[in-house]
Design a binder for this molecule. Structure first.
Ligand code: ATP
Ligand code: MG
Ligand code: MG
Length: 547
């Protein structure tokens, strides 16, 4: 096999291992439990778990739950489920909120050493005093409080003496620092809010920058991988580690995964859910792991996508068609072939008088171990209306008056007569079959170019199918003028209430994948019942956008 070249993170890790800096690596996947995982998270999961697997070591699942107001336990459970479904197992399940006491002690240490102070200014004043990237900020008038006073005020903040926003704790760095994030960042704020795990134990909460790096350090994370927005935060990350003199985790950044025709922000996805543009986080059009799963994507295809898309140091957009390519590749190997007629026209075989005949059709020609199933054949069949033309153009290899086709797995038939109603609509095709032409045992010597899928009218079962298109009409909905929701594709869901399927689909199960011959790949929807089968089209058989 061809050796794949290393990505830049692999290079860094190999360098660290060769230099003896580490003997094995520790990474973490740190979701904030404020929404469901999407394909961007999947990229981060495949990267973090993939690296620790490749280089020996492990990955922690750490819920980044320091913001009490947006987080919910429901999200925690779904995130765990999605990570496992993607095929990864974490070493430790951790919560940043479990470090609240330790983080509080870190803050005390900074105060004691003169590296933090309580500021009574409100957020407007603090923002105004920050200065601009080209002009220095102004020192807060509270900046030179004594250690004793700071300790007492911080203690009072913690004890609930003050209202939200009345005071904050800030790191004391440099109000003229070229990096704005180093201009005395706020590290603790007061929030009288209930936390999903710590309840009402705390009314002060650490900000991201005071929680993330220290959490990495507590866990001895060797390589803390995040997205490019955090490049300017790295200096602060390192500053806290240095001043607290704790385990030196290191932050590395890669470009976030963006995918054309969709959005990758939990905040925006939540709007689609709350405003009912979609049927929940797992709507099959959503770029969420749960949405893709419901649509019929396999975990293997998502891992393959993450692998092929790779990681980059610069912002970029991955084509949605790559994701579809990956799922087609996988489904082609594993999907059971079934025949389903979407828009039927009846074929009557006038010379057919057998009773109770079954033809044997292979389940998957791509699978060497694939089996066969018996499909009932009979005098009255449905084929697709589209597969017949009364006045066909040249090179039309399907059915037309006087023409011949093969019915998949069965016989060659010839169209003898077109039956119309009074209004001139074609309602039936009277055909004859060639008894010697049975698939696998064909002695007819007749060569036909077209093979059609079909179902026996008497044996057909009905099902609803849901066909999906891109969720947005434009490549980059967030980059367009106005609200991203203005660019939703209103035709992204087409429901066909009743299609006619071969009876084997009666036993369809959620974990199985199906190829409806010539129609696409399908999977059972979560709302499907025995009384009403519902299938989602995962993807078409070919890339139909490139038209
Ligand atoms: P969102 O903007 O959707 O809320 P987030 O980064 O705030 O995303 P987190 O729950 O904090 O969401 O993310 C958990 C991990 O997944 C982080 O390490 C983050 O960098 C990574 N991640 C999130 N979105 C992407 C993306 N589009 N591409 C790559 N990694 C991502
Ligand atoms: Mg985040
Ligand atoms: Mg976010």
């Amino acid at each position: 096999a061809e050796e794949k070249s290393l990505n830049f993170l692999e290079e860094i890790i190999e360098h660290d291992l060769n230099a003896g800096k580490h003997v094995s690596i520790v990474t973490r996947f740190p979701p904030e439990p404020n929404g469901y995982l999407h394909l961007g998270h999947a990229a981060s999961i495949c990267l973090n778990f993939g690296l620790s697997k490749k280089y020996g070591g492990y990955t922690n699942l750490r819920f980044d739950d320091t913001n009490p107001t947006t987080e919910e336990t429901e999200y925690v459970e779904n995130i765990k489920n999605d990570v496992r479904w993607l095929g990864f197992e974490w070493k430790h399940e951790l919560y940043a909120s479990d470090y609240f006491e330790q983080l509080y002690l870190f803050a005390i240490k900074l105060i004691r050493e003169g590296y933090a102070y309580v500021d009574d200014n409100n957020s407007e004043t603090i923002a105004a005093e920050k200065g601009t990237p080209t002009t220095p900020g102004t020192n807060s008038k509270y900046r030179n409080r004594s250690v004793e006073e700071n300790l007492q005020l911080f203690e009072e903040m913690k004890a609930g003496k003050y209202k939200d926003g009345e005071r904050v704790l800030r790191a004391k760095i440099d109000m003229a620092h070229p990096n704005m994030l180093m201009r005395d960042p706020v590290i603790y704020r007061i929030k009288h809010a209930h936390h999903h795990r710590t309840g009402d134990n705390w009314c002060i909460y650490p900000l991201y920058d005071f929680a993330h790096g220290q959490s990495d350090s507590i866990e001895h994370v060797t390589h803390s991988i995040c997205t490019l927005e955090f490049v300017p935060h790295r200096e602060l990350y390192d500053w806290f580690i240095e001043k607290l003199n704790i385990y030196p985790s290191r932050q590395y950044e890669f470009a976030r995964r963006n995918i054309s025709y969709t959005i990758m922000s939990k905040r925006k996805l939540l709007q689609l859910v709350n405003e009912k543009y979609v049927d929940g986080w797992d709507d099959p059009r959503m770029p969420t792991v749960s949405g893709l799963r419901r649509r019929g994507y396999t975990a293997a295809s998502i891992r393959d996508f993450c692998d092929r898309a790779g990681i980059a140091k610069r912002e970029n957009v991955t084509e949605l068609s790559l994701l579809e390519f990956c799922v087609r590749e996988d489904l082609n190997k594993i999907a059971l072939r079934r025949m389903v007629v979407f828009n039927p026209i009846k074929v009557v075989l006038t010379n057919y008088n057998e009773d109770n005949e079954f033809v044997s059709v292979e389940d998957n020609p791509e699978d060497a171990n694939g089996g066969f199933r018996d499909v009932p054949f009979s005098k009255e069949l449905y084929i697709e209306r589209d597969d017949f033309m009364e006045n066909p153009p040249k090179k039309f290899f399907r059915l037309f008056p006087g023409g011949m086709v093969r019915l998949k797995g069965a016989y060659i038939i010839k169209c003898d007569e077109v039956v119309k109603d009074d209004a001139g609509n074609i309602i039936q095709l009277n055909c004859s079959y060639i008894p010697e032409s049975k698939s696998g045992n064909d002695t007819s010597n007749i060569k036909v170019k077209g093979t059609l899928h079909w179902v026996s009218v008497a044996h057909a079962i009905t099902a609803e199918v849901r066909l999906y298109d891109r969720l947005f009409k434009v490549e980059d909905p967030s980059g367009e003028a106005g609200d991203f929701k203005d660019y939703i594709n209103e035709n992204s869901l087409e429901i066909i209430p009743a299609v006619y399927a071969e009876p084997a689909l009666k036993n369809a199960v959620q974990d199985e994948r199906y190829q409806f011959l010539r129609k696409g790949y399908f999977a059972l929807d979560k709302y499907s019942t025995e009384e009403k089968l519902i299938f989602n089209r995962t993807v078409t058989l070919k890339d139909t956008w490139a038209k």
